[in-house]
Design a protein around this ligand. Structure first.
Ligand SMILES: NC(=O)C1=CN([C@@H]2O[C@H](COP(=O)(O)OP(=O)(O)OC[C@H]3O[C@@H](n4cnc5c(N)ncnc54)[C@H](O)[C@@H]3O)[C@@H](O)[C@H]2O)C=CC1
Ligand SMILES: O=C(CO)COP(=O)(O)O
Length: 377
């Protein structure tokens, strides 16, 4: 006699932050069978989500599932949750953690969905969490990957990486999140996974700038390719594994963000390339473009470890109004006229015994061979 499959009880989870990604992630979690509480700062937004099952300010045309309930009380959201997902703009994380700290139990897992560094400290989001929350690092995870909110809210299939110092934690989170349109891989390279998400934003601003100027695909492809080398150099200098940058959280997200008009970072860059000032661009943007705030702290970190970041340097000069956007491309790789060897990716390939291409091949084979289950990215 065949046994009936046992359906695990629904997990209770909380998502803090009801913008485009927080709401989309809450939908992913609800579609994965969890009971989701979504915390919105504004009471009227929480009420509107509960009444209409929509968040029209951020996700026009998307219906939210019935097992997703909104609240404007952080205490209510967090109280029953086994896992707490954080999705507020990076520069506001610390103030929100101050509110969260007294509400948190020591067995709750905390997951960052954010892609920025704190401007005044240069810390990654998981590092800010470690400073502000009384929590073991084993219970902290981060999620990153090619994840443009609106596409996923429409249930278009994609993949992401869940990273934690504890593989057990990453696996529990991956199992909680994964569903038929959102597939999670796991790794333990937290710096690589977080920096991938931070750095691709900066390259997407650069690509947006040249797009706004009117340059075509050769210029953009050059920036994307050299940008990946720049991202990898930087992240490796801060302890990341190069293969993480060749995976979903690096190359994957870089492609999605640089290609898509849905990307806010790409859009901000395009406006700069069209001649708007930084102030005019930030006034026009209704959503968070993390890259604009990350440029300065990333350059400070790069200089501290003597990493060359010519593309990010030039984005910084365009933001400051000291470089004409149309001049960004000719200076892509060097500030001398001497020809240079194309360093980074070849270097990693040689030094790491083909590590980048090996990782790409493994990722491709995994996607091809094993639909459904999670494994490393
Ligand atoms: N939208 C996307 O496609 C993706 C976004 N992300 C990341 O998610 C994070 C959040 O971005 P989005 O949801 O897209 O931004 P958003 O601009 O769509 O929404 C931000 C939300 O935070 C709220 N907020 C603003 N100030 C706040 C404060 N002081 N305290 C608490 N909440 C505050 C806003 O009211 C809004 O609900 C960012 O780090 C972004 O890089 C990551 C993957 C995809
Ligand atoms: O992180 C994202 C896609 O993975 C979203 O990019 P933007 O923040 O530029 O919209």
């Amino acid at each position: 006699m065949s046994k009936k499959p046992v359906t695990p009880p629904a997990r209770k989870v909380a998502v803090l932050g009801a913008g485009s990604w927080g709401t989309t992630f809450a939908k992913i979690l609800a579609d994965s069978g969890n009971d989701v509480m979504l915390w919105a700062r504004r009471e009227d937004l929480a009420a509107d989500i509960n009444e209409t099952h929509r968040n029209s300010d951020y996700l026009r045309g998307i219906r939210l599932p019935a097992n997703l309930v909104a609240t404007s009380s952080m205490a209510e959201a967090v109280k029953q949750a086994e896992q707490v997902y954080l999705c507020v703009p990076s520069q506001t994380l610390r103030e929100n953690l101050v509110q969260l700290a007294p509400l948190l139990r020591e067995d709750q897992i905390v997951i960052s969905l954010m892609k920025g560094v704190e401007k005044k400290t240069g810390l990654r989001m998981s590092e800010v969490i470690a400073e502000e929350l009384p929590i073991s690092p084993d219970l902290v995870a981060v999620a990153s990957g090619p994840n443009l909110a609106l596409e996923i809210a429409k249930e278009q299939p994609t993949a992401a990486v869940i990273s934690s110092e504890s593989l057990d934690t990453a696996s529990v989170v991956a199992q909680t999140v994964s569903n038929r349109y959102f597939r999670c891989f796991v790794n333990t390279d937290v710096p690589g996974t977080e920096f991938g998400g931070v750095l691709k934003n900066l390259i997407a601003v650069a690509v947006g700038i040249v797009d706004g100027v009117g340059y075509g695909d050769n210029t953009k492809a050059s920036i994307i390719t050299r940008g990946l080398a720049e991202m990898t150099d930087f992240a490796v200098a801060y302890g990341a594994q190069p293969e993480t940058l060749a995976g979903l959280a690096g190359l994957g997200d870089l492609i999605a963000t640089c290609e898509s008009p849905l990307s806010r970072n790409n859009t901000a860059g395009r406006l700069l390339g069209q001649g708007y000032t930084l102030k005019e661009v930030t006034n026009q943007m209704q959503q968070t473009a993390e890259g604009l705030a990350s440029v300065a702290p990333v350059l400070t970190l790069a200089r501290a470890r003597e990493v060359d970041m010519p593309i990010v340097e030039q984005v910084s000069q365009v933001l400051a109004g000291t470089l004409d956007p149309k001049d960004i491309a000719p200076h892509l790789t060097t500030d001398t006229d001497e020809p240079q060897g194309e360093r980074s990716l070849d270097d990693y390939q040689t030094r790491g015994g083909g590590v980048v291409w090996g990782a790409l091949k493994r990722a491709f084979n995994q996607l091809r061979d094993s639909p459904g289950s999670s494994s490393s990215d």
